[in-house]
Ligand binder design. Structure first.
Ligand code: NAP
Length: 314
């Protein structure tokens, strides 16, 4: 039996692992199909404090993993297919294993996955002009034309943010009405660098000489296909949190994000904590995920201490 199991190895899970291992609690960390999380799909990270010249996403995650291992965190690869959180100790069932892993505390840091359009040319051009993170990659498009796809607050926010770098940002949305909030819409409408391509359905990411050359869309009004020239295509059509394996045992919001007690990493189940993007609908940054991983480890440590204390008293 483990004192603590961490599911997920993005910056949140690995930071939790560093803290718990350093507190001699020998956590077991379960690595899923994308070890290192979303950052392993980005290139250079320039805004993680402490790296004056930036650091490549995979290298940062590899460093965090090694740091956790140095203090004694154990790692195992597996896909958690279900959990039993009805009573402590909690049980986790891994795909292909009959015996569950058993633990006193559980830290859920399984992240959220950006949705993609699923159109031709999209996956081939990830890291070559297709991105789902303006904060991460906007800087690489200085003076260039960009297309942002989506009509929600994320797309509006990303479009506004990207005008800091791009010469022009075209917002592509499949309907004539945006989904995003009025205030965000007004802000973007006032921005002279933003052009609108409403009522356009994305069909294909078109390759150019060095990566992306544009986005082919269907004009839903005229029925004609058009190519919007762009060096970057930012897909901002939402994320989905990776919480299906919890089988509804943890309280989530309407979109499936885990609800934590404000200012803590506590979920509705004592001893089960959540950190990183799986519970964050607002910031979604590597550094905020790492910070919340630290919170989860400290909350778990306190909880384990309280269990040991009550065992002594009994
Ligand atoms: P969202 O509100 O679900 O919007 C997703 C957008 O992408 C919609 O406009 C949708 O079109 C479009 N879309 C979805 N699938 C598509 C596809 N296959 N092809 C083309 N377009 C597609 O997601 P979000 O913008 O990420 O926002 C999620 C939540 O976070 C919201 O509650 C939002 O308010 C919040 N948020 C808040 C802020 C802020 O306050 N600063 C910033 C970002 C996000 P349809 O409209 O046609 O469905």
């Amino acid at each position: 039996m483990y004192k603590s199991i961490i599911v997920g190895t993005g910056p949140a899970g690995l930071t939790a692992a560093i803290y718990l291992a350093r507190a001699n609690l020998n956590p077991l960390v379960i690595e899923g199909p994308q070890p290192g999380g979303q950052l392993t799909t980005t290139t250079e990270i320039e805004n993680f404090p402490g790296f004056t010249d930036g650091i490549m996403g995979p290298e940062l995650m590899d460093n965090m993993r090694k740091q956790a291992e140095r203090f004694g965190a154990q790692f195992t690869t597996g896909w958690v297919k279900s959990v039993e959180l009805g009573e402590r100790p909690y049980k986790l069932y891994l795909e292909g294993k009959s015996e569950p892993l058993v633990t006193d505390t559980l830290i859920i840091s399984t992240g959220a996955t950006a949705k993609y359009l699923g159109i031709p040319g999209e996956q081939d051009n990830i890291g070559r002009g297709v991105s789902t993170c303006a904060t991460c990659d906007g800087f690489f498009f200085r003076g260039k034309e960009i297309v942002v796809v989506g009509g929600g607050d994320s797309a509006l926010e990303e479009a506004g943010f990207l005008t800091r770098f791009a010469s022009k940002v075209t917002l592509v949305h499949r309907r004539s009405e945006l989904r995003g909030s009025k205030i965000m819409q007004e802000r973007v409408r006032d921005n002279v660098k933003v052009a609108w391509a409403l009522d356009r359905t994305p069909l294909e990411v078109v390759s150019g000489e060095n990566g992306v050359g544009g986005l082919k869309v269907l004009n839903n009004v005229t029925g004609q296909e058009e190519i919007l020239p762009a060096s970057g295509v930012f897909v901002a059509i939402g994320h989905h949190p990776n919480t299906a394996f919890l089988g509804g045992q943890i309280t989530t919001d309407a979109n499936g994000y885990i609800v934590t007690t404000p200012g803590t990493s506590e979920t509705n189940i004592p001893g089960v904590f959540a950190c990183g993007d799986v519970q964050d609908t607002r910031y979604r940054q590597a550094i905020t995920a790492a910070g919340s991983g630290c919170m989860a480890a400290m909350d778990a440590e306190k909880y384990i201490e309280s269990l040991e204390h009550s065992a002594v008293i009994m």
